[in-house]
Design a protein around this ligand. Structure first.
Ligand SMILES: [Zn+2]
Length: 55
């Protein structure tokens, strides 16, 4: 599933495990990404190899 950090805006993708903390700023302000954010991340992933992106 795709997560977004409300603290720093980090957008990332994880399979399986439930993420409680942002891997970037380490705060627990994680929420599920909106559909729009998910699409944005998907486009970025199609262009590169990174599974994580900061917006
Ligand atoms: Zn963060």
């Amino acid at each position: 599933m795709i997560y977004a950090c409300e603290g720093c805006g980090f957008l990332f993708y994880r399979i399986g495990e439930v993420v409680q903390e942002c891997p970037f700023c380490e705060k627990n302000h994680i929420r599920s990404a909106t559909e729009e954010e998910a699409l944005r991340l998907q486009k970025i992933l199609e262009q590169g190899n990174s599974a994580e992106v900061q917006l």
